[in-house]
Ligand binder design. Structure first.
Ligand SMILES: Nc1ncnc2c1ncn2[C@@H]1O[C@H](COP(=O)(O)OP(=O)(O)OP(=O)(O)O)[C@@H](O)[C@H]1O
Length: 281
């Protein structure tokens, strides 16, 4: 079953886009298997959201092509969630799930998901009264109730505190464990990419400069500093001393720079996560 899904491919060739005179993406080449969960990483302004929007057809490229006949992405089978989504402030969660459900059965599924993910008590709360984490959960549930095959998630945990982010990531991990959906996730957070994705691509200088599967990361004994390189999208020669993450870690926790990500302690992990937040803000 999984094999037959993975045989379905999307092929992106020499994709480029300009905004006015500004060439944001110049030559993107990427082959995606259906069912992959891809983290799109890179510095601010590198073109991650633009790439996401080209793949989900919100934007039209100025050159190149996307061959995605095997995928058949449309408004019914995709969900697209961004940072700081909004709904009318007076709408209650239950009403939002109802309005956004594609059928009565899907609405029932939404209510079941709300119960499963501890939102039952909040069903009668108005949108304006929800916390940031509750809002993002609501958007995810309202999308998941419609059984999407494709997820386009753009910095959905930015601005959430540690506990809300942790909860949302557990929620999403559970969703993806039980589904064969394809995910494109734009994020600045190492933790988020590692928890949700099985492939990591970095966009820099209008191109994809790195492309790793999870297995490749594990086989190379990937350390934190290497992941930081990936995330920031610089080549080995340019990196070390020039990144803030590296400078701060070197100063505060020199030992963990070469420690394998899985082996660092919870405290160190939180430190790095907070550092990631400071840097990307
Ligand atoms: N509609 C638009 N019109 C003009 N310029 C745009 C438009 N959309 C994006 N850009 C520019 O394209 C570049 C890439 O933007 P994009 O949002 O894709 O980057 P990003 O990697 O997602 O950034 P961030 O990490 O800050 O969210 C930026 O310089 C941005 O200003």
């Amino acid at each position: 079953m999984i094999n037959s899904i993975l045989e379905k491919k999307m092929k992106i060739t020499n994709l480029a886009i300009k905004f006015g005179d500004k060439e944001v993406l110049q030559s993107i080449n990427l082959q995606v298997n259906k069912g992959e969960r891809i983290a799109i990483l890179g510095q601010n302004g590198s073109g991650k959201t633009t790439l996401l929007n080209l793949i989900n057809k919100t934007l039209v490229p100025t050159a190149g092509k996307i061959e995605d006949e095997d995928f058949e992405i449309n408004n019914q089978n995709r969900c697209y969630i961004m940072q700081h989504e909004n709904l009318p402030s007076e709408l209650k969660i239950k009403e939002a799930l109802y309005v956004l459900a594609q059928s009565p059965e899907n609405f029932e599924k939404g209510l079941g998901l709300a119960e499963h993910f501890d939102l039952t008590k909040a069903l009668d709360k108005r949108f304006s009264k929800l916390s940031g984490g509750e809002k993002q959960k609501l958007f995810l549930i309202s999308a998941i109730q419609n059984n999407p095959e494709y997820f386009f998630l753009d910095e959905i945990t930015t601005g959430l505190d540690y506990n809300s982010r942790d909860e949302l990531l557990s929620f999403l991990s559970e969703v993806f464990e039980e589904s064969q959906a394809t995910l494109f996730l734009v994020t600045h957070y190492i933790e988020e990419a590692l928890r949700l994705c099985n492939r990591f691509v970095v966009v820099a200088n209008g191109r994809i400069t790195q492309d790793f599967t999870r297995d490749e990361l594990v086989q190379t004994n990937f350390s934190l500093v290497q992941f930081d390189r990936l995330q920031i999208g610089l080549t080995e020669e340019l990196i070390d001393e020039k990144t803030w993450t590296y400078k701060i870690l070197k100063d505060k926790m020199p030992d963990i720079l070469e420690t394998r990500y899985e082996e660092i302690t919870r405290y160190e992990r939180d430190f790095v996560r907070n550092l990631g937040e400071i840097i990307s803000d």
